[in-house]
Design a binder for this molecule. Structure first.
Ligand code: GDP
Ligand code: IMO
Ligand code: MG
Length: 433
């Protein structure tokens, strides 16, 4: 049962997409288990960039089955666009490559409209800075047991009845609370029916069964997390979080497999830290060093294009992520971005009211007050992006990595030194058995 979870250990955008694409060459199946099109996972192969939002990052490998499970909120218009984009590039030629669960939640334009209206109604520091993809409202519908499920799209009567109920409530909110235009049922129904016809080849009644069978048959199954640990709905920096659980445990819930099926949890993190949207970020650099990181790392959102906030690596937050996810192995991404910094900071602990904290404090009020304790390391000027051997890393980079590995007491198995698939240095190969 080689089930491996790949999970974001920071605030999202750690490079999960790249890593999953690299691993997927040896995987039989890649499974998305939570989130929706708020995710933006970037893959670069032979210099060509593909950004995926809902489709798992194994899709560039024709022999890898990609599964979208019931834990995901599926923007049916969005996923169809993604499918068409891939097909136009001679990818996803065989519909068997992609399975969408009948039990996945359908995300509709009304969810996006509500998400946008709510954000617009908040002011200043109260704004969450969502991606505007309708994620919160879609998960609300799931929790309140009124969501349309993917399987409903293929039953005319159920679809109409559920959509009527849905629009009755959403239009009331949109019109009376937010002063927005209502959404008409006939036009939307016709659009959904058209989309359903085009998505029918990808329909799968029971993805949990398909995944369990693969695991039982000793197939290699990767579970691809979206967002990151600190954005988790229960354990993140609430309310500045997303609306799903982003932790590794969520792979079991979202995909419908037992925890005993998971063999390894790989935590993905950048050599520094970024966050997009509001909320506490202790090591944030609002200066030219932060700007240099943003430019060197091209830290602009894959989904929204927003500038990402940048700062030094935060070990207390990473210790928390390792604990909450049960991370067994780490993948350190974007080491190349730190080339050219004379001194590199590592946040080793926080100070709060004279006390030293090795992990984030429990309350958000406290988290937003912590002072990062920074240790300084000498940087390097060597371009790392073309290295093919670990032994060729500059000594100062090795010192930096060794310090992080020791502090986190978890092996760093993979190093990434550029966005390309080949710009990956293996400390220890995955799936080596
Ligand atoms: P994800 O959401 O975790 O999949 O990450 P994103 O794709 O949103 O953001 C990561 C960005 O960094 C993308 O533009 C990747 O192409 C890029 N990237 C990934 N790994 C590396 C790396 O090692 N070095 C550099 N320079 N860029 C990388
Ligand atoms: P990937 O999978 C980074 C952030 C948003 C906002 C908060 C809530 O690419 O790492 P939402 O639209 O989910 O209601 O927004 O969560 N956010 C992400 N930040 N990477 C992501 O996904 C994110 N998905 C959501 O910026 O702060
Ligand atoms: Mg991203």
């Amino acid at each position: 049962m080689p089930g491996i979870v790949v999970v974001g250990a920071q605030w999202g955008d750690e490079g999960k997409g790249k890593l999953v694409d690299v691993f997927a060459s040896k995987a039989d199946m890649v499974v998305r288990y939570q989130g929706g099109a708020n995710a933006g996972h970037t893959l670069v192969v032979n210099g060509k960039k593909t950004v995926l939002h809902l489709i798992p990052s194994g899709i560039l490998h024709p022999d890898t089955t990609c599964v979208v499970t019931s834990g995901v909120v599926v923007d049916v218009f969005g996923i169809l666009d993604e499918i068409k984009g891939l097909k136009n590039n001679d990818l996803l030629q065989n519909p068997k490559q992609l399975l969408i669960s009948d039990a996945a939640t359908v995300l509709l334009p009304s969810h996006k409209a509500l998400d946008a209206a709510r954000e617009a109604s908040l002011t200043g520091e109260k704004k969450i800075g969502t991606t505007g993809k309708g994620i919160g409202p879609a998960y609300e519908d799931r929790a309140s047991r009124r969501a349309l499920l993917f399987g409903d799209l293929f039953d005319r009567e159920t679809l109409r009845a559920k959509l009527e109920l849905h629009l009755k409530e959403k239009n009331h909110l949109l019109e009376t609370l937010y002063g927005q235009e209502p959404i008409g049922i006939e036009g939307l129904l016709a659009q959904i029916e058209q989309v359903a016809r085009e998505l029918a080849p990808y329909r799968c009644r029971d993805t949990s069964h398909v995944i369990s069978k693969a695991l039982k048959g000793n197939k290699r199954v990767l579970f691809e997390g979206a967002q990151g640990t600190l954005l988790d709905i229960f354990h993140g920096t609430y309310p500045f979080v997303t609306s799903s659980s982003t932790l590794s445990g969520s792979a079991c819930i979202g995909a419908g497999v037992g925890p005993t099926q998971i063999q390894q949890v790989i935590g993905v993190f950048k050599a520094y830290a970024t966050r997009v949207g509001s909320g506490p970020f202790p090591t944030e650099l609002n200066d030219e060093t932060g700007e240099k990181m943003r430019q060197n790392g091209r830290e602009f959102g894959s989904t929204t294009g927003r500038a990402r906030r940048c700062g030094w690596i935060d070990l207390p937050a990473l210790r928390y992520a390792i604990r909450l996810n049960g991370i067994t192995n780490l993948a350190l991404m974007k080491l190349d971005v730190l080339t050219g910094f004379e001194k590199i900071g590592i946040c080793t602990s926080y100070k709060l009211d004279g006390e030293t904290l090795m992990e984030p404090p429990v309350t958000q009020a406290d988290f937003s007050r912590v002072e990062p304790v920074i240790e300084w390391f000498q940087g390097w000027n060597q371009d790392l992006t073309k290295l093919t051997r670990l032994a060729d890393l500059p000594r100062t980079a090795t010192n930096y990595l060794d310090f992080i590995g020791n502090q986190l007491a978890t092996p760093i198995d993979v190093l990434s030194i550029g966005p390309g698939r080949e710009q990956t240095l293996w400390v220890k190969p995955l799936f080596n058995n």
